[in-house]
Ligand binder design. Sequence first.
Ligand code: NAD
Length: 236
Amino acid sequence: MKDKRIVILTGAGVSAESGLGTFRDKDGLWTKYDLNDVATPEGFARNPEFVHNFYNQRRQNLVDATPNAAHHALGRLESEFPGDVLVVTQNIDRLHEMGGSKNVLHMHGEMLKSRCDFCQHVIHWEGDLNLAMRCEQCGTAGAMRPHVVWFGEMPFYMDDIQHALDLCDLFLSIGTSGNVYPAAGFVAQVRHRGTAHTVELNLEPSEGSALFHDSVLGPATEVVPSYVDDLLANGW
Ligand code: NAD
């Protein structure tokens, strides 16, 4: 297994049992907010104060959240698996890192960072954002925004992710509904190559469920630790 590579795509479901709501489930955030208002560059241009307030509330939930058994199991997988393990997460929380994962790409950004819309300077930021803030690098006022990828914006690290998908031997998809592209298309890309095994671990079958070789259904805190134990003991 020394030269084997695992890519793990994660979504909101992996953090649900840490108390961070998912977006598309029955009580998900998109049932309470219009994503065009709070998760698009146009929404931010229309009403930046409203968007800041939305993210300020979410950021405080996230600062207090702690990793669950699924995050810890993935951290253990990275430290005990003899080959490469990469987590590609759509989540904007920091729970993978807190659970011990070091090799993590946040393709949709990170909520505990803020970016200047003018010069693109990124800072670590756990407090509230407001329109009076100035960028510490270029001095522009009112340009600091959440360092997250909104609908209509290009996800981060796409070259690195494509490269990892092209080389992986095992592709896992955990706690993601398979609704948001490009992440939802990763499994088809890996299957097309024909040499990697693909498994989804989710509460219920995701949109692309039929594309995976195997499906393990149940809460992430239960299915992920036992899947990782089995993987470390027996491979795939
Ligand atoms: P999603 O809300 O569309 O789907 C979540 C999936 O997780 C669903 O398929 C659901 O069945 C499954 N799920 C729910 N609870 C679960 C559990 N306990 N165990 C296992 N699976 C569970 O989320 P998504 O696919 O990640 O895509 C939507 C976007 O939401 C992403 O862009 C992401 O940035 C954003 N988001 C992030 C967070 C976070 O950072 N924690 C939270 C909410 C949404």
